[in-house]
Design a protein around this ligand. Sequence first.
Ligand SMILES: C[S@@+](CC[C@H](N)C(=O)[O-])C[C@H]1O[C@@H](n2cnc3c(N)ncnc32)[C@H](O)[C@@H]1O
Length: 279
Amino acid sequence: MNTPLKAQVLSFYEQHPINEDEILIKLRQRGVDPEHMTQADMQDLDQDHYGGIAAVESLIEAGQLQAGDQVLDVCSGMGGPSRWIAHRLGCSVTGLDFTPSRVAGATRLTQRVGLEHKVRFVQGDATAMPFEAAQFDAAISQEAWCHIGAKDRVLAECARVLRPGGRLAFTDLVDRGTMSDEDHRLLEAGMKMPRLPLRTDYEALLARAGFQDIRCVDLSAHWTRILQDRLAMYRSLRETTVAKFGLARFEEYDAAYARFVALYSDGKAGGGRFTARRA
Ligand SMILES: C[S@@+](CC[C@H](N)C(=O)[O-])C[C@H]1O[C@@H](n2cnc3c(N)ncnc32)[C@H](O)[C@@H]1O
């Protein structure tokens, strides 16, 4: 029997090259003592999306995040965006992720930089969030819903947990209209990303989930350059990735990532920054 996609995504992130150990190794290599580090020491190491802090800043602006907001970071990974938003604006941020090592690692990293009074991480599925209705003023997400087939469920959950008028700002991957069925199949097999939507599919799903003022900025060209650099970055982590997860996993990831980046270089896959307001 085939392993369900959710279990494959969990396993993918339990063995991801960007992880807590890797972040701490990089910090020590830079001469930073992890016992006495600040958010500023780590801010280019803990972001698992395209564009680093600048991309989080764009979401802060697009989502009009403010100091008094209760913010939800959906699929929060190692917690980089959550910490950055709390550090920058002083607001309270809840990160939700279903991969246990990422929730635990994000929590420990947050304690190390003294942000635990502002940022908490909760383990749970974005398609069935463990939160009360209308709990948040704003929700963000970056490069994560590509792993979730039921995007309608994620958007319905965002609509449920946002207060009326609450803002949603997220970035995600899209099919630019020329991906073949084989491209989609290989992307799901290698990167655990089920069929990418068109930008217009996302816009229609947002409207159906009860969002208004829907906007999308096309990030495809920007991401293509970033992804080419990211492939080189993952290859530079070969030694630590092999030591932690073995050579076979490194080679499997490398081949899948190279195919993934080719979809961008060939103009088939792209990305968008979507913003919307809950009715
Ligand atoms: C590429 S990482 C992005 C992390 C973070 N947003 C960032 O920008 O640093 C994708 C994350 O989505 C999480 N994820 C995927 N599917 C999920 C789901 N259904 N529910 C909760 N988390 C999920 C994974 O565990 C992973 O940590």
